[in-house]
Design a binder for this molecule. Structure first.
Ligand SMILES: [Fe+2]
Ligand SMILES: [Fe+2]
Length: 310
């Protein structure tokens, strides 16, 4: 079952934000906010925190899943407004969030989207502009944070979608928060949408790393929550979909013998999916090119992908 409307998922998990940028409040004695959101949803997020009567002082942690503009866009505002919140990210994400070129790129993308949506660039007198983000705590595989109230946050480095992807897991609730590190079940589509944007091999290794976890809830940062049997079966299904897609790309390349044509075909397919509708086609093409080259083994996986992603 999918849950996309903001509200209580369980007594201890609150879904916030919107379908485009879902965030989660994990409520032990201390609270952790998972997902850095998008700049243009800051007013909505504040209104939701008011509506659900959330005591902001209890929010002690903010977990940034990866350094893509649609997963850390609300963080500059949140840092300024709530300086007591400790920011958590992977080591590589920390590096990217303080590097001038990606920060500049994310600032430009954010500004363009705010302008295209005709939204203000400030909320309550605080700029929504993207800027370097100080990260107080870098986490590695297996690191954990006790939230009290019987809840623990456990972390896994899950590169592949991006080099810096971080997945959070709450074992007591069997709840997984992979952001974009796991294929998406698109509404109305039978196939999962594979998100191996950066590197297929890493993406598969990351899925295999989290495969042993017992899962009954997946909180994506796009399109909300997956529960029940679909959630329980998501990792094996994701691995099969990823292997299948890579096989299809390789087979199609043998037929076409032309990367640009293949990229065009695959990019068109992604563009038809609802999640990617807002992404300009030149960006979609750049993302797809990296993915196709990775599927064909034509890329150096150590290279950093600087394209803006969904
Ligand atoms: Fe995304
Ligand atoms: Fe992403």
């Amino acid at each position: 079952m999918r849950i996309q409307k903001a509200g209580a998922i369980t007594d201890q998990i609150l879904l916030l934000g919107s379908r485009h940028g879902s965030m989660y409040l994990i409520m032990g004695d201390k609270y952790a906010l998972l997902g850095g959101g998008v700049a243009w949803e800051v007013p909505r997020l504040e209104a939701q925190l008011d509506r659900f009567q959330i005591d902001r002082n209890r929010i002690q942690y903010l977990v940034i899943s990866h350094a893509h503009h649609d997963h850390c866009g609300a963080v500059p505002y949140l840092i300024a407004r709530y300086p007591h919140i400790q920011k958590i990210a992977s080591p590589y994400c920390t590096h990217i969030l303080n590097k001038s070129q990606p920060v500049h790129l994310m600032r430009e993308v954010n500004r363009k989207i705010l302008e295209s949506l005709n939204r203000p660039h400030f909320h309550d007198g605080i700029s929504l502009d993207f800027r370097p983000l100080p990260i107080e705590r870098q986490v590695a595989d297996g690191d954990r944070i006790e939230l009290g109230g019987g809840l623990t946050l456990r972390f896994y480095l899950t590169p592949g979608h991006s080099r810096c992807s971080l997945t959070a897991y709450v074992p007591e609730l069997k709840a997984l928060f992979p952001a974009d590190a796991l294929p998406f079940p698109e509404t109305g589509k039978r196939e999962l949408t594979v998100t191996a944007n950066h590197d297929y091999d890493e993406y598969i290794r990351s899925l295999e790393k989290i495969e042993p976890l017992s899962i009954r809830l997946v909180g994506y940062e796009h399109d909300g929550v997956l529960t029940g049997e679909e959630a329980a079966a998501i990792i094996p299904k994701s691995l099969a979909a990823t292997h299948d897609q890579r096989h299809r790309i390789r087979k199609r390349y043998e037929e076409l013998q032309d990367i640009d044509l293949l990229v065009e075909e695959v990019a068109e397919k992604y563009r038809s999916l609802e999640l990617f509708q807002p992404v300009p086609f030149d960006i979609m093409r750049a993302i797809t090119k990296r993915m196709v080259k990775s599927a064909l083994g034509l890329i150096d996986p150590s290279k950093v992908n600087r394209s803006p992603k969904t």
